[in-house]
Design a protein around this ligand. Structure first.
Ligand code: FRU
Length: 473
C-alpha cells in the first residue's frame, strides 16, 4: 500500500490520522503505556481525544482503542496530561488489590476560551477509563491552564500537580493533593528573564548528578512557544515539596534540543530497581498526501545529568532496549575522507539504521554522513567546522542547525535513520537534533563524507534495524 511504504519502522506512529503530544506515560504491570493527543477524524489537529498504545519493552508498541473521548455535548476536548498508578488507592477509585490508574488531563472548552483540570480512572490496567463525576478538579478561570503532570512526592506524602498557566509571560503553578479530588495551591514558578511566551507541557523530576544518589537535583522542564528561542527548557534546581527554586540562568535553561521535537514528558512509576528517567517527545509533522497519518513519537530516551567544572548539562540517550532491533552490523575504522572519495567507497545500504560514528575533523570544512535518497535527492547529517554547527540538510528542503563545539576536533554522533525520521545524539547526548525529512523520501545509501579538506572517520558502527511494527500494520 503506498500509504504505508513510508511508515517509520521503529518510531511510534498512529495507524491513521493526527497525533501530537505523548500523554499519560506510566509503567504498570510489565507495560509501558503511551497515551497521546489524537484526532480520530482527520490528518490535521482537532477533536482531541487520548489515543492509547502499550509496549512490553519501549520498542514494540501495540495499538489499543481510544482511552478518552471528546465530549460533544459539553464542548470539552481532551488536552494533554499525565497518568499515575495510585498504589495506595488514595483516590478510592479502586481497591487495595486493584490500584487504579488515574489520568489527569486538561479539559479544553469549546467555544469558550477556558481550560481546567479533569481526572478519569481505570481499574482494568488502562483498558477503559471512567471520567470523575465531580470534574473539573481545578479551575482557575483561565484560557491557557493545565497540561498537568502529576507525581507522588515521597517526603511530603502527597500528589504534586505541575501545570502551565497563562498566555502572557510563561509560568508554572503547583498544586498538592492527597486524594486527587481536592487540590491545594502550593506555589508559582516564573523565569522573568525568559522572553514572554506561552509555556506548555511541564514536567518536574529528580536526577542524580553523574549518577551519584547523594547529589540529586530537581529538573523543571517546559516547552516554550516563542518561535525566536529554544522550544524545550530545563531549569535545574531544588523542590522542597512546595516550591521549585531554579539555579539555572535563562541561557543555561534553554535546552539543547533542536528540530521538530516538542511536548516531551517522562514516565511515571518506573520501578526503583530500574531507576531510569525515560522521556518521549512528539516529532511534529505536516500532513502529506498519500500518507494516512501525521506525527510520530521519538525513540524513548534516558535522561541523565552530567556535571563538570562548567556546570550541569542534561543529556539524552536512546533506551538500550533499541538494541533488540540490531541486525547486520558493519564496523569500519581509520577511513581517510576526502572530496575525491577514493574507491572503494564505503556505503551502507538501507533506510532503517543505527549508526555510531567518530570523526576527526582534520582540515575539512564539513564532515558527516551523506544520504542518497530515492527519487534522486540527498540529505546530509553533518557538522560544519566553519560555523560550528551540527546540521541536517536536505536538497531543496529545510536545514536544521544546532550550535556545537568539537573537543580536540573530534565529532561523536549516535544517529538513527527511520525512513524520513532522523535523530542525532551528539557527544554525550548533550545536543540532540530530531527531525523529519520532507515530505517522505526513502534513504537508499549512507556514506561518510568530508568537504573542503580531508578528514578521518575514526570509527563507525552501523546496524540495520529490524521493523518494530505489529504484523497488522
Ligand atoms: C502542546 C499542546 C498542549 C495542549 C495540546 C493540545 O502541543 O498545545 O499545550 O494540551 O497540545 O493538543
Amino acid at each position: 500500500m503506498t500509504a504505508d511504504r513510508y511508515r517509520p519502522q521503529f518510531h511510534f506512529t498512529p495507524l491513521r490520522n493526527w497525533m501530537n503530544d505523548p500523554n499519560g506515560l506510566v509503567y504498570v504491570d510489565g507495560e509501558y503505556h503511551l497515551f497521546y493527543q489524537y484526532n480520530p477524524y482527520d490528518k490535521v489537529w482537532g477533536h482531541m481525544h487520548w489515543g492509547h498504545a502499550v509496549s512490553p519493552d519501549l520498542v514494540h508498541w501495540h495499538h489499543l482503542p481510544l482511552a478518552l473521548h471528546e465530549e460533544p455535548e459539553t464542548g470539552i476536548t481532551m488536552f494533554s496530561g499525565s497518568a499515575v498508578v495510585d498504589w495506595q488507592n488514595t483516590s478510592e477509585f479502586g481497591n487495595a488489590d486493584h490500584p487504579p490508574i488515574v489520568a489527569i488531563y486538561t479539559g479544553d472548552h469549546r467555544p469558550a476560551p477556558l481550560e481546567d483540570v479533569h481526572i478519569a480512572y481505570s481499574t482494568d490496567l488502562g483498558r477503559s477509563f471512567t471520567k470523575y463525576a465531580g470534574n473539573p478538579v481545578v479551575d482557575v478561570d483561565n484560557p491557557k491552564f493545565g497540561d498537568p503532570k502529576v507525581f507522588w512526592h515521597e517526603q511530603t506524602e502527597k500528589w504534586i500537580m505541575v501545570n502551565i498557566l497563562g498566555h502572557e509571560q510563561g509560568c508554572v503553578v503547583l498544586y498538592g493533593s492527597t486524594d486527587f479530588r481536592n487540590w491545594t495551591y502550593l506555589s508559582r514558578f516564573e523565569a522573568p528573564d525568559v522572553a514572554p511566551a506561552i509555556w506548555e507541557c511541564p514536567d518536574l523530576f529528580q536526577l542524580a548528578v553523574n549518577g551519584d544518589p547523594s547529589d540529586v537535583r530537581w529538573v523543571l522542564k517546559i516547552n516554550n512557544t516563542d518561535p525566536a528561542g529554544q522550544q524545550t527548557w530545563y531549569f535545574i534546581g531544588d523542590f522542597d515539596g512546595t516550591t521549585f527554586a531554579s539555579e539555572s540562568t535563562a541561557e543555561e535553561a534553554a535546552g539543547r534540543d533542536y528540530g521538530d521535537i516538542y511536548a516531551e514528558v517522562t514516565y511515571n512509576s518506573i520501578p526503583a530497581a530500574d531507576g531510569r528517567r525515560i522521556l518521549i517527545g512528539w516529532i511534529r509533522q505536516q500532513p502529506v498526501e498519500d500518507r494516512a497519518w501525521t506525527g510520530a513519537q521519538s525513540i524513548p530516551r534516558v535522561l541523565t545529568l552530567r556535571g563538570d567544572d562548567t556546570g550541569l548539562v542534561l543529556c539524552q540517550a536512546p533506551v538500550e532496549e533499541m538494541e533488540a532491533l540490531h541486525q547486520e552490523h558493519h564496523h569500519w575504522e581509520m577511513v581517510e575522507l576526502s572530496e575525491t572519495r577514493p574507491e572503494p567507497t564505503r556505503k551502507l545500504a538501507g533506510d532503517t539504521m543505527e549508526i555510531k560514528t567518530e570523526f576527526e575533523a582534520g582540515a575539512a570544512r564539513d564532515i558527516g554522513l551523506h544520504l542518497q535518497m530515492n527519487e534522486g535527492g540527498w540529505a546530509r547529517i553533518g557538522y560544519s567546522t566553519a560555523n560550528r554547527r551540527l546540521f541536517v540538510d536536505q536538497a531543496n528542503g529545510k536545514r536544521v542547525e544546532a550550535p556545537y563545539s568539537l573537543k580536540h576536533r573530534r565529532l561523536k554522533m549516535h544517529v538513527f535513520i527511520d525512513h524520513n525520521l532522523i535523530e542525532i545524539f551528539a557527544g554525550d547526548g548533550d545536543t540532540v537534533i530530531t527531525t523529519s525529512l520532507a515530505p517522505d523520501p526513502l534513504c537508499e545509501t549512507v556514506e561518510p563524507y568530508a568537504e573542503g579538506g580531508t578528514a578521518q572517520l575514526v570509527a563507525l558502527d552501523a546496524w540495520q534495524l529490524a521493523s518494530a511494527l505489529e504484523s497488522t500494520q
